[in-house]
Design a protein around this ligand. Sequence first.
Ligand code: AMP
Length: 450
Amino acid sequence: MTFQKLKLIPSLLNNIRDAGYSRPTPIQAATIPLVLAGEDVLGCAQTGTGKTAAFALPILQRMLQDPSPRPDARIIRTLILSPTRELAMQTWENFQLYGKGLPLQSCVIFGGVGQAAQAEALHRGADIVIACPGRLLDLMGQGLIRLDWVEIFVLDEADRMLDMGFIHDVRRVVRALPQKRQTLMFSATMPPEVEKLALDLLTDPENVKVDPVTSTVDAIDQGLYYVDKGNKKHLLIHLLRSENPESALVFSRTRYGVDRIVRDLKKAGIEASGIHGDKSQNARQTALKRFKSGECRILVATDIAARGIDVAGLSHVINYDLPMEPEAYIHRIGRTGRAGRDGKAISFCCIDEVKQLNQVEKLIGKRLREEHSDWPMEITTPSEPKVREPRPAKVNAAGQPLPPRKPAVRPVRHSRELPAPPAASRQAASGRRSRSGSSVYGQPVRRKKR
Ligand code: AMP
């Protein structure tokens, strides 16, 4: 298959060639003709498959070929909704790349930064808007943006959008769109809520399914270290020194964890930047820019902040903490081994994460290859869950208390409800042994002195 066979126009073919793509990826080969034919599409594709070009290229072509309903003014004809700022930026950059030299303007809208520049870009006129739901609704409320002329609507990473609690925002945006439109919806996973949303938004959609989320990219080498929580930093420093990765994205489960890892690495003389939701948009963008340019080779991030990070040749993904949801493992490791390149994913697992590890292995249908280090797992008793004190109430700029957040409904786990000691399940099934030859889990519990 070639891009010429997909009937793309010469100006797009030139831009594709300049981007260095020689042939379409499977999702592009399947999706581009459908979008060009004006069909609604429900695409199930994991990250790194070339999904953005699969919708961006035919959208650009349709917008060039179909006359604008308002030739007298620049109106928003395409709206793309992204769950995170990073993904919105990434998508916008891709539109710039694929639409180079074309008479179409695009702009990107997200919160966390002042709105003046975005309002100004909208005022100048944009044919394509890539937006996160919160700021978009904000600008709509201020009368700065109208969606009455939208012909093509893309809902990207729908599963993530729902996970992040944006479902009501998405529905509010959809209500402001014309009924008659083309809708494309992409999601890495298809849980029932996403299917329900698809039924509501799409009309007779064509389904495109490429690399379901359970099949991790084959080119990625996936290793696993059992290591105690307190030794993870030593193992990380050792691996970064010994493997000397070209670029490594390190995942931490919490924002606090990101900051602590960056500090530990700095202490060890390893330059690293961190991104998470508590950092300002400018700090996040600077960190990303330094990482992408190769100025800083190590980026530490939480899952949400890392969405949309696309760095050519990202060589390593390190799961310092295993994710709470197994699907996130696939999103994470999809950051490496992109578009056919080789990549390496390394996961750390302490005794408290064995349950998550089991879930990941069940989802991907295989066991991660166990690696050994000088810091084998020695603590084999899961820690008691911490009792969290309620945080002090937050206040707004005027010093008034903000309405309290809904408490997260989490089942309280008592120690007897913890998964059965892994010795029975994991070790019996795998016959795994630690480096010393004795069972990983059968060791007496030795707690490190603080
Ligand atoms: P995406 O899944 O859209 O995030 O794309 C993942 C990566 O694949 C990006 O770095 C794209 O630049 C790259 N890419 C997209 N399409 C192709 C293609 N046909 N050939 C090679 N690389 C591609």
